[in-house]
Write a protein that binds this ligand. Structure first.
Ligand code: KG4
Ligand code: ZN
Length: 354
């Protein structure tokens, strides 16, 4: 089975083809980062317009890369949510239109399920059950994963997501967009313990997160370090970046430890854009070795948004759909009839199991 996957939930246009026999056979990505960098963050209307420009050419490139004709495809998967509504509509419209005209199913895929199952594309993939730490620009969640579609939310951020905290910290330090990579790069030259940072919500039980206080702490600290011209010297920026990154990583590690103790699972999956953070990976690897857990994360390009994870989940769900005896099993938001519908917010634990 070959499934074309389309991802347009935010500022990356991703198109890939997953082959159930050979894995990912095409992977095309266009990042709008440069366009949004000028504004210091994603401008939703510009994102939608750029997806319109890039999506169809990327579909053509993906077919060429995989040496495929449309007739070779069995389904088209697309991100139906969560995400920016205009951006999602571009992917959903093209996916449903192509699927209708090629006579194959259009499979709506949940963006965070894409992130969560992306490590399955690696050679050493995790086995169910496991705990997943999903850390992206819009979400910070701990999920108990029992099977495909069997997700129990253990905890999540009550305010800013971890990626959002990186992005806002980068902005106030005058570093580039997106914030995660630029804070991480600055942190390389910084001293982690030059300034003190809190590890929010780790002094009380529970698996929820809160990063807005850490952001305010960083803002106050940065302002206290500005000279009369309002500038902060490069070394201080690096020290603040290092201290901030360490605090986020420590907080995430503490909560992962709790989640694994609570569930009794022995495997941890790290996914989403912030999973590309080397310091976080390093700290989780140290903790995993100490506690004898297996740690899995996708290769860096499958941590941030991409079409491959959508094609993969689409294949899992298409396979389930094609073998379903009862066509009414096709539920609204899950398996549509070429409806062009998107859902900006959709809790992952409300997905159907496969
Ligand atoms: O998963 P993703 O590509 O998009 C969303 O679904 O949100 O995640 C993007 C987020 C951004 O906030 C970005 O700053 C963060 O992931 N990110 C990182 C790194 N690379 C991307 N955060 C920390 N360290 C990184 N190396
Ligand atoms: Zn994402």
């Amino acid at each position: 089975m070959k499934v074309l996957g389309i991802e347009t939930s935010c500022d990356e246009t991703g198109v890939a083809i997953y082959d159930s026999e050979f894995g990912i056979i095409a992977d095309q990505l266009y990042s709008q980062v440069e366009m949004h960098a000028e504004f210091g963050g994603v401008v939703p209307e510009l994102a939608s317009r750029d997806h319109i420009r890039k999506l169809l050419p990327l579909v053509e490139l993906a077919l060429k890369e995989a040496n495929c004709e449309p007739a070779d495809l069995d389904a088209i998967a697309y991100t139906f949510g969560p995400g920016l509504v205009g951006a999602l509509l571009v992917g959903s419209t093209l996916a449903s239109t192509l699927a209708w005209s090629w006579g194959i199913p259009a499979i709506p895929v949940h963006h965070m399920e894409g992130h969560l199952l992306a490590p399955m594309l690696e050679e050493e993939s995790p086995e169910f059950p496991f705990v997943a730490l999903l850390v992206s620009g819009g979400h910070t969640q701990l999920v108990d994963v029992r099977a495909v579609g069997e997700y129990k939310l253990l905890g999540e951020s009550l305010d800013d997501a971890a990626g959002e905290a990186f992005d806002k910290t980068a902005k106030l330090l005058g570093l580039g967009y997106p914030g995660g990579p630029s804070v991480a790069a600055a942190a390389e030259n910084g001293q982690v313990d030059k300034f003190k940072f809190p590890r929010p919500m780790t002094d009380r039980p529970g698996l929820d997160f809160s990063f807005s206080g850490l952001k305010t702490h960083t803002l106050t600290l940065a302002n206290s370090q500005r000279n009369e011209k309002g500038e902060i010297d490069e070394q201080t920026v690096a020290d603040i970046a290092a201290g901030f990154q360490e605090a986020v990583a420590d907080t995430l590690v503490i909560k992962c430890r709790r989640a694994l103790e609570q569930t009794g699972h022995k495997q941890l999956v790290l996914a989403g854009g912030v999973a590309a953070n080397m310091r976080l990976r390093e700290k989780l690897a140290q903790e995993s070795e100490k506690k004898d857990w297996a740690l899995h994360y996708p290769r860096s390009k499958f941590c941030t948004d991409n079409g491959a994870m959508i094609a993969y989940v689409g294949a899992l769900r298409a396979f389930d759909r094609l073998k379903a005896v009862d066509p009414l099993k096709a539920v609204e938001h899950r398996f549509d009839n070429y409806d062009i519908s998107v859902v900006p917010r959709f809790p992952i634990d409300q997905l159907e199991s496969v």
